[in-house]
Design a protein around this ligand. Structure first.
Ligand code: G1P
Ligand code: ZN
Length: 543
């Protein structure tokens, strides 16, 4: 086995987005494309002699060949050991868990999260730092800069490694350890939640649940924990086998893409609780019987009920939400007397706050919720958190949410996505609106008066780093908001996201969110001319 130095030319498009480098599979299949990016990561890390790396992915198409390439490159760079998930499978939260538990120099996650997979789908790669979290911008920028000047990469000339049987084997001077994808993660969950109580709930006659693995990475975790350890009957987990193309589906747990689950929970009376996770296992959707829990509300409710859960019984240091996430959690934090931080979109912005013990829980409107137990959002963790609360309270999901609204008021919230629209007009929409914002402050728009209008920027309270242009905000005097931003994870054209929010301190009965938000939707069209610039009559996805 020899170390080869392979001549290459830089690809100029290897700029990591909201969550790592994400491109079509065909882009990653170009000769040297993956190798270049991995070389840029290793060069940015510097001396990796004898270090340990965690490696795994969500099992999508191209996962296995990419794992083999990275193993051989790691061996050529002098890593001492790579812990890789069996079959190349590790969920994003499990990777974060392993990095922290084994105090490694970081990990590489192969995933394009909720984007579709298969030969015509997407692939992605992301580096996580020793705290277990996504690399912060100064590191992703350094990787990008390095990727633009590469002229060679190093790789071991060796046969592929057996990824399917557990245990250690040698690759040159490096040890490859194929680890159980679930065990360490399961132990972490067991340390946080009251498994006995959840087991009583799942095995008792009063409660039925269904979890949709969406043929993505969480299937093995959910089978082992919900059915194996917690005694949920067979069939509790559906679509639980990871497939390279996610069964042709779009592994994003929302009301549109998780339609099989939605049909089960909304059309029949068989289930009290439904949940789903995404491609790489970090997102979650929570449903009750014919009831959808908005992710922003979910974060607020977990915060309000955290004292019922063993791992959080001693109180919360603080909470954080991404800027477009609704302000529901702010009201709970105010009542608890704890800090609430507002960060830009993307999990990487929570890392410093968690490391500095400023916050215990955090979340995003995009079906992401998490805590200080790792440095990624965590889909199954959120499901277990909900189950723990329900096991204690013995209320239906709908009753628990209604109770929350009675206490804190209700935040009506929705996100409208215009996916894969032409890039230039989408950018023009943002530029024109940005230019107009200062003129809107103090003006009346319909029933609303503009309190502030700006392009959100964030100064990290821990390291002082400044992140600008994080989304256009239009805030009204009654607390209602409109937020506009372009996605940083899409791979085709541009995706415009419009976030709408309105607060009702004394909500009456069940009201339809889109109806309550109708005048804000019309206002958004009026100020931004969405139809004109996107060429679309309606959003692609409403969540
Ligand atoms: C989206 C979500 C964001 C999340 C990210 C990664 O990013 O909006 O909250 O952190 O995926 O899962 P976006 O495409 O909006 O940049
Ligand atoms: Zn994800």
């Amino acid at each position: 086995m020899t170390i080869q130095t392979v001549a290459t030319r830089p690809f100029l498009d290897q700029k990591p987005g909201t969550s790592g480098l994400r491109k079509a599979v065909t882009v990653f299949q170009q000769p040297h494309y993956l190798e270049n990016f991995v070389q840029a990561i290793f060069d940015t890390l510097g001396n990796v002699q004898g270090q340990t790396l965690i490696l795994g992915g969500d099992g999508r198409y191209h996962n296995r060949p990419a794992v083999q390439t990275i193993l051989k490159m790691a061996a050529a760079h002098g890593f001492g050991r790579v812990k890789v998930g069996q079959g190349g499978i590790l969920s994003t939260p499990a990777t974060s868990c392993l990095i922290r538990k084994y105090a490694t120099c970081g990990g590489i996650i192969l995933s394009a999260s909720h984007n579709p997979g298969g030969p015509d789908g997407d692939f992605g790669i992301k580096f996580n730092t020793p705290n277990g979290g996504p690399a912060p911008e100064k590191i992703t920028e350094a990787i990008y800069t390095r990727s633009r000047e590469l002229s060679e990469y190093r790789i071991l000339d060796a046969a592929d490694v057996d990824l399917d049987s557990l245990g250690t084997r040698s690759l040159g001077a490096m040890t490859v350890e194929v680890v159980d994808s679930v065990l360490d993660y399961q132990a972490l969950m067991e340390s946080l939640f009251d498994f006995d109580r959840i087991r009583d709930l799942l095995t008792g006659p009063q409660f039925t649940m269904v979890f949709d693995g969406m043929h993505a990475v969480t299937g093995p975790y959910a089978h082992a924990i919900l059915e194996g350890r917690l005694g949920g009957p067979a069939g509790t987990v559906i679509h639980g086998t990871p497939l390279e193309d996610f069964g042709g589906g779009h592994p994003d747990p929302n009301l549109v893409y998780a339609h099989d689950l939605v049909d089960l929970v909304f059309k029949g009376d068989d289930y009290d609780f439904g949940a789903a996770s995404d491609g790489d296992g970090d997102r979650n959707m929570i449903l009750g019987r014919r009831f959808f829990v908005t992710p922003s509300d979910s974060l607020a409710i977990l915060t309000a009920q955290a004292h019922l859960v063993p791992g959080y019984r001693d109180g919360l240091a603080g909470v954080a939400r991404s800027m477009p996430t609704s302000q529901a959690v702010d009201r709970v934090a105010a009542k608890l007397g704890i800090d609430c931080y507002e960060t830009p979109t993307g999990w990487k912005f929570f890392g410093n706050l968690l490391d500095a013990h400023r916050i215990t829980l955090c979340g995003e409107e995009s079906f992401g919720t998490g805590s200080h137990h790792i440095r990624e959002k965590d889909g199954l963790w959120a499901v277990l958190f909900w189950l723990n609360i329900l096991a204690v309270r013995r209320l239906s999901v709908a009753d628990l949410v209604q109770e929350h609204w009675q206490t804190y008021g209700r935040t009506f919230y929705s996100r409208h996505d215009y996916e894969a629209v032409p890039s230039d007009p989408a950018h023009t929409l943002i530029e024109q609106l940005r230019a107009k914002l200062p003129t809107l402050v103090g003006q009346r728009l319909g029933a609303y008066k503009v309190a502030y209008a700006d392009d959100f920027s964030y100064t990290d309270p821990i390291d002082g780093s400044l992140s600008q242009n994080q989304g256009l905000r239009l805030g009204f005097t009654d607390g209602a908001r409109l937020v506009f931003r372009l996605s940083g994870t899409g791979t085709q054209g541009a995706t415009l996201r419009l976030y709408l929010e309105r607060y009702d301190p004394q909500p009456a009965g069940r009201q339809d969110t889109q109806t309550v938000l109708a005048d804000l939707i019309a206002l958004a069209e009026q100020v931004a001319q969405i139809r004109h610039f996107t060429g679309r009559e309606a959003p692609t996805v409403i969540t």
